[in-house]
Write a protein that binds this ligand. Structure first.
Ligand code: ASP
Ligand code: MG
Length: 413
């Protein structure tokens, strides 16, 4: 008998019929396993609640916002548990509070501190399916908190860690993690296995399958995470510890992110403190900067370029116009039509020439590279947005990602 934590996302429980389907899926697994099921709010409920809050207040109080948002998941646990009862299963719903998911006080982005999984364990021992509300917790001061958007993934992984579950299954509307977006690359392949670090890079680079924090948590506690489809029975992708065989493959996937914009500040005086001033003013507005490039200085002046989320771009540009004046820069230029394409793979640690191959591939397609950044296991290039598809296809081809890697055979959990 295995202990399995399953998580079903908002699109999997979007209406009564879908909740019924999930209940049948749960019933199939319940046979000879102990099951904890974590669910998100139905469909776009959380977005709807957020919009409502902003209708009644321009800046809703964070405590009240969490009070509101946590209701979404509470609806789903009750409905799913009723659906399980209707199938003759024994099941019990538990809120984040009842499951003793203790967090810090940071409303809207709380961190899980500990889980006293006694109540969940008691339900399992009594032969019940424990249906736990995702995304919510309780602070030390007994305030309801939420874990940030997509936080139900984190609830599931954290429960799996606390219960020492055999696997944490994340059911979603995609059937796994692909070598590239299949909408762009028809030959993209579903990976049967991927290392935590690769998944983290892919998540932050735009492949939105799992919430990043849940992957960090899974890595820290070595929780095997199986990303799979709610609607199909086939196995999906196992996110797991790195294995030596994984290093034989240089590149695991190509990702792209079209949600970025680029801003450059031209002819900034090149003296100490300028970058601090520029990025200080951006940080004050809680805008997260991604890549930064500063050119070499000529006659005491330099250019600084950086990328940021496109939605923050107007606000940042306004702030920078001001800063440019105060520090005596020539001005700013911005470009909303940029995209970031990246290659990811733990094999990069032990292979050389990977970045060069990427640049050569883009050059062959006459795609100009505007900015470059690298990490231990990824290389990213900022390019003109209209070349995104071309770039992703060319890279997928150049690194032969359509071919199955030996490390993947027989990988399924
Ligand atoms: N309902 C929350 C959200 O939409 C949490 C989740 O779906 O994981 O962000
Ligand atoms: Mg979600």
């Amino acid at each position: 008998m295995a202990l399995i934590v399953q998580k079903y996302g908002g699109s999997s429980v979007a209406d009564g019929q879908k909740i019924g389907n999930v209940a049948r899926r749960v019933a199939l697994s319940a046979g000879d396993n102990q099951l904890v099921v974590v669910v998100s709010a139905m469909g776009k409920t959380t977005d709807g609640l957020l919009a409502l809050a902003h209708q009644v207040s321009p800046s809703p109080d964070p405590r009240e916002m969490d009070m509101l948002l946590a209701t979404g998941e509470q609806v789903t646990i009750a409905l799913l548990t009723m659906a399980l009862h209707a199938l003759g299963l024994r099941a019990r719903s538990l809120t984040g509070f009842q499951a003793a998911i203790r967090t810090d006080e940071a409303h809207g982005k709380a961190r899980i501190k500990r889980i006293d999984a006694e109540r969940v364990r008691a339900a399992l021992h009594a032969g019940e399916v424990a249906v736990v509300a995702g995304f919510q917790g309780l602070s030390e001061a007994d305030e309801i908190t939420t874990l940030g958007r997509g936080g139900s993934d984190l609830t599931a992984v954290a429960l799996a860690a606390a219960l020492k579950a055999d696997v944490c299954e994340i059911y979603t509307d995609v059937d796994g993690v692909y070598t590239a977006d299949p909408n762009i690359v028809p030959e993209a392949r579903k990976l049967s296995r991927i290392a935590y670090d690769e998944m983290l890079e892919m998540a932050s680079l735009g492949a939105r399958v799992l919430q990043s924090r849940s992957v960090e948590f899974a890595k820290k506690y070595a929780v095997p995470v199986h990303v799979r489809s709610t609607f199909k029975p086939d196995p999906g992708t196992l996110v797991t510890r790195e294995e030596t065989a994984m290093e034989d493959v240089v590149v695991t996937g190509v990702t792209h992110d079209r949600s970025q914009a680029k801003i450059s500040i031209l002819r900034v005086p090149d003296r100490p403190g300028i970058a601090a001033q520029v990025f200080g003013s951006i940080a004050e507005r809680t805008i997260v900067v991604d890549m930064i490039v500063q050119n070499i200085s000529r006659d005491g002046y330099t250019d600084i370029s950086f990328t940021l989320p496109r939605r923050d771009h107007a606000r940042a540009a306004a702030a920078l116009e001001e800063i440019a004046k105060t520090v005596g820069a020539e001005g700013i230029v911005h470009d909303e039509r940029v995209a970031k394409v990246s290659i990811v793979g733990v094999g990069m640690r032990s292979h050389s020439g990977v970045a060069a191959k990427m640049f050569a591939t883009l050059a062959r397609e006459s795609i100009n590279i505007q900015m470059i950044s690298t990490s231990e296991i990824a290389v990213s290039c900022v390019i003109e947005d209209k070349y995104t598809e071309l770039a992703v296809r060319a890279l997928h081809d150049a690194f032969e990602l359509a071919r199955e890697r030996p490390a993947e055979r027989g990988a399924h959990p």
